[in-house]
Design a protein around this ligand. Structure first.
Ligand SMILES: Nc1ncnc2c1ncn2[C@@H]1O[C@H](COP(=O)(O)OP(=O)(O)OP(=O)(O)O)[C@@H](O)[C@H]1O
Length: 905
């Protein structure tokens, strides 16, 4: 059937229903290459309108399209059947544009629809590419168009048939009426025939209706089957329809002229009968044909209905899918919108940041630019300066060479001067020690300790302390100036003086040790007066509280360090105690003179050693001082210095002596072992006094051997040594008697002049000489003793009976005790006599008792007569006369002794 019928062209307009799933680009063209995976943009109303107009254009084109479109369609779709998704969009759009669908057989179109749907089902995901969907819609529209065209055509045919039928009926009625009018009998059979025909017609009509309803039912029942068989049957039906439709039409077209011809040929009047029969036959035939056509139309309608239903179902499915896709796309769109918003924000932030960076950068650029400018200008200046400097340098070089030459000359002169430096140093040392000598080789410092917590009373005996070493003490039992006594020492340290103050005055002695002199520093005083505090410091002393021991060694190391370029020093330490006249090495279990020597390199070494020594020291409690030391402790430091240039050696030693308490035995309330300890202490202190006063008398014999203490200190007590005594005072009024006794002894010592000290510079030779001297001294001492004995015997013969030689051995310390005891008397004479008597008592091993006899007094008087004039330093007008007398007791020197003494000097 021709499709270029203008009537049918209007039917070609696309039905733009709402389920249209077409997708279109903004440019308006159908997007054949729409992505198959990604989401598609649903068409808006505007887009749909554009698509419709496009379809219209396509359809319009198709009406004037290519005559070979059918062939082309067949080529494309038959060949690609089953792979619609893979069809290139160009081909599809070409097909649609080129009017290919118009000429394609309906069966092919249906198979394309089925193929696309099958492929969609097979792919499971249900997605149909846009271009294929467009094609599908196009094909379906084509099918719809054809069906509707056919339906219209059939309706037209039917109407034509009905019109003809009515026409024939009216003719039949006319013929029947004519026949009835002419021959009543003849018309009867015609009328009967007509009635019969009408009855039959009615029956046929009813039968048709029944059959129609049956067919309808059957259709409903078989709908499901049809659905399954659709794929197979539909093409057949379509084919059949396509085959039959032309036949029917052909038949109708063929028969129509025949009928018309028959009708035209028959003569209404002559051939009416014949015509009636023919008409009857034609009518029945036509009726049959009509029934048949109606049936066909019905079946076609059914098929159309089915196809519509399927199409609608498919449209619904696609609509659902579309909604799903739409929802997903909307979600995606929202997501993308939020991403876009984020991106926009970020872009804004970045823009802001970039802008601020740009500004900063510009600022930096400006700064750098200005900096560069300034640098360039500075560089220019520098260049100018550099040139100036170069010129200056040349000038300076010249002057430098001149100065250098002069300097060389000066250096030469300095080198010559440096050669004399050592000599100058030696001279300095010599001058220093000469100064010390001028100050006196035995010096006495008095230190008054403060009241300590827990001490009862707090009534002090100290009246005043003068700057010049003057100390005034007051007698608590004699208030007022009458009871005051004045003493003069090299220095008096009051209770507020600290350890550093005290050491500052000792330091020169330490320097003497390093210069090769022997030095002895000892602390003397009653128990608890602060001897250990001064020599060592309190328990667990801090550096500030360090006593003389630590400070002396610390200073010694400092001096040796300062001199390391010229003299190398070695330092060794010994530590002993003398307890009950027994010597004990506190650092090792060996006896003197082989007390262990411990080399030390630093103050910390010394601290460690002294700590060990103190742990070993014998300490026992007494009523006077709970921490009373009942032994003498002696730290001896040996220093050997080697002059790096001359190779000569210097030897010096330092004795640091913390003497045991000097309290009176009767006051310390001790008995038994403690009494024995006290007696030993008193004896050794007496021996020390004897040695000092013997030295003061410059006697040939110095009784070093009378105690272990003096033996040990021998090298540091004598003409070659420097001696410093700390007189420690307890300011408590309770200890007045002890303090007075101590002060008197100290003042006497202070008055002793030992003569110039001598350095041990000569090394080994000096030691040997010293040893020789010691033996000579011993020999002289023995001779002295003999002379004394002879003298005494001579005196006895001259009228002083009752005195034996033993009693002539006097001890200064005994004097001290006698002095202390004589405080009860104000009579100086009496005191002197008693002192002389006590010295005898002192010899009787600790007995404090003595018998006053006129014989002893006479001896004392004789001794006084023999006393040599006191040295200026010992002349203390305010000092007690007992001191002078005591000294006089040791001043009896035979001419040999004096000579020897001078010789030794
Ligand atoms: N200058 C001082 N400043 C403060 N406290 C002191 C001073 N001198 C001594 N002391 C204190 O007085 C007490 C007695 O001192 P220390 O033990 O030194 O006396 P000592 O004469 O050595 O006694 P002993 O003969 O029994 O050994 C100690 O507690 C000591 O710390």
């Amino acid at each position: 059937m021709a499709n270029n019928n203008p009537e049918n062209q209007s039917a070609r307009l696309p039905k733009n229903n709402n389920n249209d799933n077409s997708y279109i680009t903004k440019s308006g063209s159908i997007h054949g290459d729409a992505p198959t995976r990604g989401p598609l943009t649903p068409l808006s109303g505007e887009d749909r309108r554009k698509a419709a107009s496009l379809d219209l254009k396509i359809n319009q084109q198709s009406t004037t399209g290519l005559p070979h479109g059918g062939k082309k369609f067949h080529e494309v779709f038959q060949w690609k059947q089953g792979r619609y998704a893979d069809l290139p969009s160009t081909k599809i759009s070409e097909m649609m544009k080129s009017n290919g669908l118009d000429n394609a057989p309906t069966q092919s179109l249906l198979s394309v629809v089925n193929g696309i749907l099958d492929e969609s089902f097979q792919r499971k995901n249900g997605e149909i590419p846009l271009r294929v969907a467009c094609l599908l819609r196009k094909v379906v529209q084509e099918i719809e168009r054809r069906i509707s065209t056919q339906a219209d055509h059939l309706r037209t045919q039917n109407n034509l048939f009905k019109i003809r039928e009515e026409k024939y009926q009216s003719r039949i009625r006319v013929l029947e009426a004519l026949a009835a009018a002419d021959n009543g009998e003849e018309t009867k059979p015609v009328a009967n025939h007509t009635q019969q025909t009408q009855t039959e017609n009615f029956k046929v009509e009813e039968k048709r209706k029944v059959e129609n309803s049956k067919v309808e039912e059957k259709r409903k029942v078989e709908n499901c089957k049809v659905e399954g068989k659709r794929k197979v049957e539909k093409p057949k039906v379509e084919e059949k329809r396509n085959v039959e439709n032309p036949k029917v039409e052909e038949k109708m077209n063929v028969e129509k002229p025949k009928v018309e011809e028959k009708l035209n040929v028959e003569n209404p009047k002559v051939e009416e009968k014949r015509n009636v029969e023919e008409v009857r036959e034609d009518k029945s035939e036509l009726e049959k044909e009509t029934d048949k056509n109606i049936k066909e139309i019905a079946s076609l309608k059914q098929e159309l209905e089915m196809a519509k239903m399927m199409h609608e179902e498919r449209c619904l499915e696609m609509e659902k899918e579309n909604e799903g896709v739409k929802a997903a796309l909307q979600a995606r769109l929202k997501e993308l919108e939020s991403l876009l918003a984020d991106s926009n924000n970020r872009v804004k932030e970045l823009e802001i940041t970039t802008e601020s960076k740009c500004q900063k950068w510009n600022m930096k650029v400006n700064i750098y630019q200005s900096y560069m400018d300034s640098q360039f200008s500075t560089m220019r200046e520098l260049r100018l300066t550099s040139d100036a400097i170069k010129q200056e340098l040349v000038k300076t070089q010249k002057s430098y060479f001149e100065e250098f030459n002069q300097l060389q000359k000066k250096i030469k002169a300095l080198a010559d001067a440096a050669g004399n430096y050592r000599e100058v140093l030696a001279e300095n040392r010599k001058l220093f020690n000469e100064l010390q000598d001028l100050k006196g080789n035995i010096r006495v410092f008095c230190r008054i300790r403060p009241f300590i917590p827990g001490q009862s009373g707090n009534k002090t005996i100290v009246d005043s302390i003068g700057d010049n070493g003057q100390l005034v003490i007051s007698n608590p039992s004699k208030p007022g100036k009458e009871g005051n006594k004045t003493f003069k020492f090299n220095k008096v340290f009051g209770p507020t003086a600290n350890q550093a103050d005290v050491f500052s005055d000792i330091q020169p002695f330490i320097q003497s040790v390093v210069d090769g002199f022997n030095v002895c520093i000892f602390a003397y005083g009653q128990t608890g007066s602060g001897k250990t505090y001064t020599m060592t410091g309190p328990n667990n002393a801090t550096e500030e509280e360090w006593g003389v021991n630590y400070r002396a060694l610390n200073n010694l190391f400092k001096i040796s360090q300062n001199r390391r370029t010229t003299i190398v020093y070695e330092v060794g330490v010994q530590m002993i105690e003398i307890y009950n006249d027994q010597v004990r090495d506190l650092l090792a279990a060996k006896a003197v003179p082989d007390a262990s020597m411990h080399p030390v390199l630093s103050t910390s070494d010394v601290i460690d050693l002294i700590d060990v020594g103190f742990k070993n020291r014998t300490v026992s409690a007494t009523a006077m001082n709970e921490r009373s030391s009942r032994s003498h402790s002696i730290v001896t430091v040996h220093v050997r210095g080697k002059d790096l240039k001359s190779g000569n050696c210097l030897y010096g030693n330092l004795h640091l002596v913390d003497l045991a308490g000097s309290e009176r035995v009767d006051r310390s309330e001790v008995t038994g072992d403690r009494l024995k300890e006290a007696q030993h202490i008193n004896k050794s202190l007496s021996a020390l006094g004897d040695v000092i006063f013997s030295l003061a008398q410059k006697g040939a014999h110095v009784p070093y051997r009378n105690s272990k203490l003096t033996q040990v200190l021998q090298s540091s007590l004598g003409g070659q040594a420097k001696t410093l005594m700390f007189v420690q005072l307890n300011p408590d009024a309770v200890s007045y008697t002890e303090s007075l006794s101590t002060l008197k002894f100290a003042e006497r010592v202070s008055g002793v002049e030992l003569g110039a000290a001598r350095s041990n510079k000569e090394g080994k030779d000096v030691r040997e000489l010293m040893e020789q001297m010691a033996s000579l001294k011993d020999t002289i001492a023995k001779k002295d003793e003999e002379i004394e004995r002879l003298q005494v015997l001579k005196d006895l013969k001259n009228g002083y009976p009752g005195m034996d030689g033993e009693h002539h051995r006097t001890g200064s310390l005994s004097d001290r005790h006698s002095e202390a005891e004589s405080q009860q008397s104000t009579d100086d004479e009496k005191s002197e006599i008693s002192e002389a008597g006590l010295s005898v008592g002192a010899e009787t091993e600790g007995s404090a008792e003595y018998t006053h006899s006129p014989g002893k007094s006479k001896i004392a008087s004789k001794i006084r007569l023999l006393q040599k004039p006191p040295s200026p330093r010992s002349e203390s007008p305010k000092g007690p006369p007992g001191i002078k007398k005591s000294l006089s007791s040791n001043s009896i020197k035979p001419p040999l002794t004096r000579t020897t003494s001078k010789t030794l000097k």
